[in-house]
Design a protein around this ligand. Structure first.
Ligand SMILES: Cc1cc2nc3c(=O)[nH]c(=O)nc-3n(C[C@H](O)[C@H](O)[C@H](O)COP(=O)(O)OP(=O)(O)OC[C@H]3O[C@@H](n4cnc5c(N)ncnc54)[C@H](O)[C@@H]3O)c2cc1C
Length: 376
């Protein structure tokens, strides 16, 4: 049932209660703004309601503002999630467990050694990158003839639990979250719910994949699309300090709650974003070969959703050109959870008339200026 939107008019209305919308709402509230969140379905109903939750850095070479943004997010994530857990009384499942990546060849091992120097340059003492010998993780990755990369910047959390913790922390701070309240873009008012037009000082659109359609009439173009991912949760209780494992597109994420996630497929074309199929079976089989301790673990959950990918791949954040008081927080694609709190802070800067210091490739026009040549 839709609930009437109560006055007084909030400073900010955030459309979408995924990890980006909730993180923007949190950061805006911390700046003293009054905030309302409007969600079509439920907390984490889109890509954020998942089970994988690897927070991993880009490779520390060819450094650029995007990598610096993500680095700063990853090195401050622990403080952020500790605060959210404390304020909500719930667990986000955050833990900085690091990551292991088996090396496929001697050439890859040589490159990995070079990258240890790059990591030192760009990560400083905040995290380390090293190459371990083939027998370094016999229980987890017994077959790694060229050794394994071990880096200590990666972390993991439980995506749906993190969203629920954030929502509880927001409610504890007086933020109203209206669920089951779909928003439509209309010619009359920019955004309207079943109970009337959204009234707020400023609006942040953080509606994931459907947000690209909501935005299209305002921009005159579609600036992104969904990329489907499938994942599974296994009943394999690895120690909570077990590193995340990554190999050839496959993530194995041991969670704090005694489950282990396997992810993810990456599908540009699909009929139904939320069903799973044999592509997931293949991924689970790949995980069981790489990490034989998972061999007999039962599959507890199969899950799929579409990730919001902006036209030029990077996040799409900040003011919407020619639409005063309207801001975007989308394009999280595959890295949303690792950068969300910093995205929230950047949007809160926008909402309070401060410079968000966003990388050039994150701003809205970056995703618009090649309308004739979609960069999907
Ligand atoms: C299989 C899979 C594995 C992944 N693994 C990882 C990982 O390991 N690490 C990582 O960082 N990221 C991962 N991701 C990506 C991550 O999930 C996304 O980057 C992130 O969830 C996107 O968050 P969002 O808030 O932008 O969008 P969403 O989570 O999709 O949130 C949008 C919200 O807006 C709501 N909404 C939509 N339309 C309307 C409307 N009209 N009115 C009101 N509300 C509306 C939706 O219901 C939804 O709740 C994975 C994604 C998938 C699918």
């Amino acid at each position: 049932m839709a609930i009437a939107i109560t006055s007084p008019i909030p400073d900010v209305c955030v459309i979408g209660a995924g990890i980006f919308g909730l993180s923007v709402a949190w950061a805006a509230r911390q700046r003293g703004l009054t905030v309302q969140v409007i969600e079509a379905k439920d907390i984490g109903a889109g890509a954020s309601g998942g089970i994988v939750g690897a927070l991993s850095p880009h490779i520390p070479e060819q450094w650029n503002p995007k990598k610096q943004f993500q680095f700063e997010a990853l090195t401050t994530a622990e403080d952020h999630w500790t605060q959210i857990d404390a304020r909500s009384g719930l667990s986000s499942g955050y833990g900085r467990a690091g990551r292991l990546m088996p090396l496929p060849s001697q050439a890859a091992a040589n490159r990995a050694l070079d990258r240890a120097t790059d990591a030192q340059t760009h990560w400083g003492t905040a995290a380390a990158w090293s190459v371990l010998p083939p027998d370094a993780a016999p229980n987890l990755v017994p077959n790694a003839p060229f050794g394994l990369i071990h880096e200590t910047l990666s972390a993991r959390l439980h995506p749906l639990n993190a969203c629920r913790a954030l929502a509880a922390a927001l409610r504890a701070q007086g933020v109203q979250i209206l669920t089951h309240t779909p928003t439509q873009a209309t010619p009359k008012a920019r955004f309207e719910t079943p109970t009337g037009p959204i009234q707020a000082g400023q609006i942040v659109l953080a509606a994931g994949v459907p947000g690209f359609d909501l935005l299209a009439p305002l921009l005159g173009q579609v600036t992104g699309k969904g990329v489907k991912g499938q994942a599974a949760l296994l009943g394999a209780s690895l120690s909570p300090d077990t590193p995340v494992i990554f190999d050839d597109g496959l993530y194995i994420v041991p969670h704090a709650n005694g489950t282990t996630a396997i992810g993810s497929t990456s599908e540009n074309t699909y009929v139904d974003a939320v069903t799973t199929d044999t592509k997931l079976d293949a991924l689970i089989a790949q995980a069981r070969i790489l990490c034989p301790v998972l061999k007999a673990a039962p599959v507890l959950q199969r899950w799929a959703a579409a990730r919001p990918k902006a036209r030029r791949r990077d996040p799409m954040l900040g003011p919407v050109p020619d639409h005063p008081s309207l801001f975007l927080a989308t394009g999280a694609f595959k890295i949303g959870f690792g950068i969300a709190h910093k995205v929230g802070a950047a949007l809160a800067d926008c909402l309070t008339d401060q410079d968000p210091h966003l990388p050039e490739s994150f701003i809205v026009t970056h995703h618009m200026d090649r309308a004739d040549a979609p960069d999907y």
